[in-house]
Design a protein. Structure first.
Ligand code: NAD
Length: 256
C-alpha cells in the first residue's frame, strides 16, 4: 500500500511512464506526471487519474534536456518518495552520420536528467526515512545494437548510475534499481507496425514476429501495465533488499 507516498515519474504523459503512473496510483500513491509540454490535455490527464484512483495527481512541466529544470521538477513537487526516471527519445543513424545535437539531447534527457533528479531526491528521501529510485533503462542498457550509439550509451550509463546511487544509499532505507524492458507495446511501437508491414511486404503478425520482435524470444510485447507492476513490486516491503541491480522484462532477449 503506497498511501501517503508521492511518486514522480518523468516523461509520463504517454507510453510506459503513463502506465507506471496508473499502477502506482492504483496502489494508492499520490502521483506527479511530467513532460516538456504544458497543454490543457496534460493537466486533464492528471486530473482524470486522480479521480479514477482517489489520489492526488498533478502534472508539472519540465524540459529534462535542461539540468536546472530537472532539479526544479523534484523541488516543485515538494515531496519525493518514489522517483522514476523514464523520459526518453531515440535516434537511429550510423556513428559517422549521427548528428551531434541528437547525441547531446539523448544523453541529456535519458542520462544527465537522472543524475539531476536523483541529486535532489536522495537528500529528501534520507530526511523522510524512505525512498525508491527506479530508472527505466532498457535491454539496450545491457546489450548493443548498431546505429543506436547515443541510446545504447545513455542506457548503459543509466545502469551504471543506478549502481552508484545504490551503493551511496545502501545503509539508508532507500533502494535504486533499473528496469530493462525489451519491446513494450506503446503508441510509438504500434506506429511502426504499418511501415514495417509495407517495407517488408508482410502481414501484421509476420512483421511483428520476424522484424520487430526479431530479438525477443517470447515473440510477444511486454505491456505498460506489466512494467507498472514491476515498479510497484520494487516499492513493496518484499523488495527492500533489492538494490543496485537490473530487472529485465524482455521475453528472454538477454538470456541469449
Ligand atoms: P514515449 O515516447 O511514449 O514516452 C517518452 C516520454 O518522455 C513522453 O512522455 C515524452 O513526452 C517524454 N519526453 C521526451 N522528451 C522529454 C523532455 N525533453 N523532457 C521531458 N519529457 C520528455 O515512449 P516509451 O516507449 O513509453 O518510452 C519510455 C521510456 O522507456 C524511455 O526511456 C524509453 O527509452 C524506454 N524504453 C521503451 C521501450 C519500448 O519498447 N517502448 C523499451 C525499452 C525502453
Amino acid at each position: 500500500d503506497l498511501k501517503g507516498k508521492t511518486a514522480i515519474v518523468t516523461g509520463s504523459n504517454s507510453g510506459i511512464g503513463l502506465g507506471v503512473v496508473r499502477e502506482l496510483a492504483r496502489a494508492g500513491a499520490d502521483v506527479v506526471l511530467n513532460s516538456f509540454t504544458d497543454r490543457d490535455e496534460d493537466h486533464d490527464l492528471a486530473r482524470a487519474i486522480g479521480d479514477e484512483f482517489g489520489v492526488t495527481a498533478r502534472y508539472i512541466r519540465a524540459d529534462l534536456s535542461k539540468g536546472d529544470e530537472a532539479r526544479k521538477l523534484i523541488e516543485d513537487s515538494g515531496r519525493c518518495d518514489i522517483l522514476m526516471n523514464n523520459a526518453g527519445i531515440q535516434h537511429v543513424a550510423g556513428i559517422e552520420d549521427f548528428p551531434t545535437e541528437r547525441w547531446d539531447a539523448i544523453i541529456a534527457i535519458m542520462l544527465s536528467s537522472a543524475f539531476h533528479t536523483a541529486a535532489v531526491a536522495v537528500p529528501m528521501m534520507r530526511e523522510q526515512g524512505w525512498g525508491r529510485i527506479i530508472n527505466l533503462a532498457s535491454a539496450h542498457g545491457l546489450r548493443a545494437s548498431p546505429y543506436k550509439s547515443a541510446y545504447v550509451a545513455a542506457k548503459h550509463g543509466v545502469v551504471g548510475l543506478t549502481k552508484v546511487i545504490a551503493l551511496e544509499t545502501a545503509q539508508d532505507p532507500i533502494t535504486a534499481n533499473a528496469i530493462c524492458p525489451g519491446y513494450v507495446m506503446t503508441p510509438l511501437v504500434e506506429d511502426q507496425i504499418p511501415d514495417t508491414m509495407k517495407k517488408y511486404d508482410m502481414d501484421r503478425e509476420t512483421a511483428i514476429k520476424e522484424v520487430i520482435l526479431e530479438r525477443q524470444p517470447s515473440k510477444d510485447f511486454a505491456t505498460v501495465e506489466q512494467i507498472g507492476g514491476v515498479a510497484t513490486f520494487l516499492c513493496s516491503a518484499a523488495a527492500a533488499q533489492i538494490t543496485g541491480t537490473t530487472i529485465s522484462v524482455d521475453g528472454g532477449w538477454t538470456a541469449r
